[in-house]
Design a protein around this ligand. Sequence first.
Ligand SMILES: [Zn+2]
Length: 506
Amino acid sequence: MLLRKAATVLLFALLGLAIVASIVLYRTASVHYEIPDVSEVQYDDIPLNDAVERLSKAIQYQTVSTQEDREHYLSEFHAFIDFVRSSYPLIHDKLDLKIINNLTLLYKWEGSRPDLPASMMQGHYDVVPVEPGTHENWTHPPFEGVIADGFVWGRGAIDDKSGIFSYLEAVNYLLERGFEPERTVYLALNHDEEVGGRKGARKVADYLLDNEVEIEFLVDEGMPVAEKIMDGLEHPIAMIGVAEKGYLSIELEVNMEGGHSSMPPRETAIGVLSEAITNLKQQPMQGRIPGLLRETFEPLMPDLPFHYRMALANLWLFGGVIEDRLGYIPHTNAALRTTIAPTIFHAGIKENVLPQTANATINFRIHPNDNIREVLYYVQNTIDNDLIDLRVLDGAREPSPVTSTSSEAYQLMKHTIHEVFPAIPVAPAMFLAATDARHFTEVTDNLLRFRPIRARPDDRGRIHGTDERISVDNYGEMIAFYIRFIENTTSGLSATGLPGAQIAMP
Ligand SMILES: [Zn+2]
């Protein structure tokens, strides 16, 4: 009798297991993604040599943004503006230029249809400094704009002079061919993105708000066409940054009685503070694969190694496992959750004295699914110690809203990527750094952070690092992308949301 009962239980267990296994395998096998069938668009008459020459010159201006001593480089900023003016006479003849705060350039290319809200493209021409003592590590000097081995080398080659010059080239190309946009196009060349954008982009946003300019969408620097974003994944993917993380720094402080270190009490200021930081590290904020991160992986899933594909197709079962896995890799962890980074720790002045005060600063990058209030609540609960005072430091900001992937602007950008970069999938993603786009959340709902730059894993270290460079071929693709994007977004959109044959060069 007992044996029969055991056999029945075993049978049901096996049956259950078989059902789970078949669901898992079925869902894994159903993973499917098709890149839309879009005809490739090419422009054979882009004057690439001249364009590359101009980019090379642009890099030679040391438009360096530093927190202190801005004056030092000021003449370079002014010389750079003169260079832009003299390089594109047609743009300066046909577009209105407004100079904001002496250094940021805002162009308006008036469209023929005032009923359409405008489009906007922006980038920045300031660059980060080259760290002292690292100049000689560069293959070519950082401010000479050397063209060699199929690349343009130098600070700003990726971030972001190739960005702004490729759209200037695109506008110039279209103007030379008599193109007239229906939708008004704004172009901004901001001057202080690398130090927060408060004097450039913020003022441009204020100007647009004050003048009640309607902006349909804004394109800014951001995510690239990335190659090998994960081990075992060969296929490149173009990612459009639809959201940006929030920012919060909290200071934790412990004040206790100090004293001689020969008879330490059970609790010391350093001990209490260290324990709090350890608790935060051991209990990170919740990861979030469903939603944006899952969407980022979607087009890649068919190419993923089997175990990843199976896990992502079955988050109901493997959500926890894959979250752990992604949590180990810094850049996937940052896309997964609000991150916690202790950045400053102060305590103690002498080896035999117990300090009365210990304080630490923790920097949080807030996932769009969380907010500042929730992070504070989490910190208080996780630390759970009345001896610790919390103070929110200046500069906190909420995560950005998430741009809808069903917006026309997103769909048109996706379509344009397919036209210019055939056979490369496109996915929405979270931009993990900060851009000037964050100043525009009141200006438009549709913020698209994307540059058509082909980025390999080793390029990540070149941005703000050594040997920043852009390939000449890729620069040609960037210009083609912006030409096509302006063409595709110039008019009222067709009912399908995608440009049809009605858009032709005049
Ligand atoms: Zn940048």
